[in-house]
Design a protein around this ligand. Structure first.
Ligand SMILES: C[S@@+](CC[C@H](N)C(=O)[O-])C[C@H]1O[C@@H](n2cnc3c(N)ncnc32)[C@H](O)[C@@H]1O
Length: 317
């Protein structure tokens, strides 16, 4: 925590003193008291966010520091810590933007390091793997098996049924294989599932009763290379591109693994967040002519839960 931007009001000084001495609970209590009086106190928002992240509440940290940054966009240290918090949430593209925003205002070494780590990707993938393994262990992804998601699997598998030639299917970011039972197994000659989380694969639904050979690979899709000469009748990116640092590079690479007549199915949950939305739009923009032919795309809305997905089926041109 740097004090550069701090206004030396007494309650804040007292809170910061506790914070520096490591009494995070008491510091948090005082920051909250300051915010009760002045909900727009940039310093209290920022510092409470730093405490939230230090105590494992990264999403709350993003919300708090995000508010501080919205009120004071030039506050480089807040942008830096917003970057750290976003990174802890696995939101790497937005974290990179926050680090960059910090650097636009001040040459902070930590922001340079944070940005470099994300750009190198290795740390990004390590952090992503750790987060996802923990989340699968904690049951954070079990909601994928609920009714609220089932229509999405229906649309994805209908596109495979309607447009894919017979042949092997590659399910990238397959998770616990919730799609698997929905697939038109009559035309799928082999199933390859790839996920960064080994924990997810251990629970994969295709394990129990494979309709055709099932191969599960624990790897980031960024470094997964299909067997030499393997060509897939369908490649599925079902709710995974949003986690991928460079979705366009991933699409370019896997395009080469499509069999003649093979299809790509992409599903993307529509985030309200501007950074995520920009990443999504850039990806859809690249999936257009002249490189890709769109066979169909749908907007799927779950009315009961207010969830929106865009789902498309494409062929390379
Ligand atoms: C929202 S879940 C979707 C799972 C599955 N496709 C489905 O629709 O049920 C995202 C999945 O992508 C995996 N994932 C995220 N980033 C990945 C990456 N870079 N490489 C491989 N898998 C990744 C996660 O572990 C998780 O299982």
């Amino acid at each position: 925590v740097t004090a550069d931007m701090l206004v030396a009001t007494d309650p804040l000084e007292a809170a910061l003193d506790l914070h520096r001495r490591g009494d995070l609970a008491e510091a948090e209590r005082l920051y909250r008291a300051i915010l009760d009086d002045d909900p727009d106190s940039v310093n209290a928002l920022y510092l409470l966010g730093v405490v939230a992240r230090a105590t494992g509440r990264a999403e709350e940290a993003v919300a708090l520091i995000g508010r501080a940054v919205a009120l004071a966009p030039h506050f480089a240290e807040a942008q830096l810590n917003l970057g750290h918090a976003l990174k802890s949430c696995g939101r790497f593209a937005e974290a990179a933007a926050a680090y960059q925003a910090a650097l636009d205002h001040k040459d902070l070494a930590a922001a340079r390091d944070g940005l470099a780590a994300i750009e190198q990707g290795g740390h990004y993938l390590d952090a992503l793997r750790t987060t996802l393994e923990q989340e699968y262990k904690a049951g954070r992804w079990s909601y994928l098996g609920q009714m609220s998601e089932t229509a999405r699997y229906g649309v994805v598998s209908s596109y495979v049924r309607a447009a894919a030639p017979a042949g092997p299917l590659l399910d990238l970011g397959c998770g616990a294989g919730t799609l698997y039972p929905h697939l038109p197994h009559g035309r799928i000659t082999a199933y390859v599932g790839v996920d960064i989380s080994a924990e997810a694969l251990a629970a994969h639904l295709g394990r129990a009763q494979p309709a055709a050979p099932v191969q599960l690979v624990a790897s980031p899709l960024e470094s997964f290379a299909p067997a030499q000469g393997a060509r897939f009748a369908a490649i599925i990116f079902n709710e995974v591109l949003l986690y991928v640092l460079d979705p366009l590079a991933a699409l370019r690479r896997f395009r080469a693994s499509l069999a003649p007549g093979g299809i790509l199915v992409v599903s993307w949950y529509r985030m309200k967040d501007p950074g995520q939305l920009a990443k999504e739009e850039a990806t859809w923009a690249a999936l257009q002519a002249p490189d890709w032919g769109m066979l169909d795309w749908s907007l799927l809305r779950n009315q009961m839960h207010g969830l929106d997905w865009r789902i498309a089926v494409l062929r390379p041109v």
